[in-house]
Design a protein around this ligand. Structure first.
Ligand SMILES: Nc1ncnc2c1ncn2[C@@H]1O[C@H](COP(=O)(O)OP(=O)(O)OP(=O)(O)O)[C@@H](O)[C@H]1O
Ligand SMILES: [Mg+2]
Length: 167
């Protein structure tokens, strides 16, 4: 089988208007893999959470750049979201569900928990004063889709046969 791979890079200003741009552009790129609506929704949510974190925590709403690299290798999507902001001192603590450094902004501390739940893998690298890189991976399950497709095809053929038998 041919080894399929594809890569995409975007970089944009750290402003909240770009959150929707970021999730849509990644979703559009990934759509070549024929993901289910649920898989696309999962990826969009995870991208949104990471980009929002870069804007409100990484840059604390100051000017900055956010870079997204997306790789597709066979049926696996890797999304790398990078900022050059303040960084995270204690990554383990930051990743605990319900931990937030900004309770005054009514954040719930669930961003990383969502990324973890909606993607198959999540890695966070960070250095104080240098920035944060979030790497997320998800397998778009082609096999299951093939099975569903074959099942649908089988049902259609069966209906055709029944219809012909009736004649
Ligand atoms: N890109 C980042 N740069 C600096 N700090 C970050 C970054 N991303 C996350 N953090 C830190 O990790 C904490 C946890 O992030 P998480 O997304 O789980 O929760 P939150 O953003 O505080 O709340 P929520 O996502 O529910 O609105 C943040 O409060 C912040 O201190
Ligand atoms: Mg968050």
């Amino acid at each position: 089988m041919e080894h399929f791979k594809n890569q995409m890079v975007v970089e944009f200003d750290s402003i909240s208007k770009n959150e929707s741009f970021a999730r849509v552009v990644v979703a559009a790129f990934v759509s070549r893999l024929n993901p289910t609506l649920e898989e696309i929704a999962d990826i969009k949510t995870a991208v949104s959470e990471a980009v929002t974190n870069s804007i409100i925590h990484g840059y604390e709403n100051r000017d900055g750049r956010i870079r997204i690299e997306t790789y597709i290798v066979e049926d696996t999507v890797t999304v790398i979201i990078k900022d050059y902001g303040i960084g995270i001192a204690d990554i383990d603590k930051a990743m605990e569900p319900m931990y937030t450094s900004k309770p005054e902004l009514e954040r719930s501390g669930m961003g990383f928990a969502f990324m973890e739940a909606f993607m198959d893998e999540l890695f966070v690298e960070s250095a104080v004063g240098q920035g944060t890189t979030v790497t997320m991976r998800k397998v778009i399950k082609q096999e299951r889709k093939m099975t569903e497709e074959y099942y649908a095809m089988g049902q259609k053929n069966k209906a055709k046969e029944e219809n012909q038998n009736r004649k």
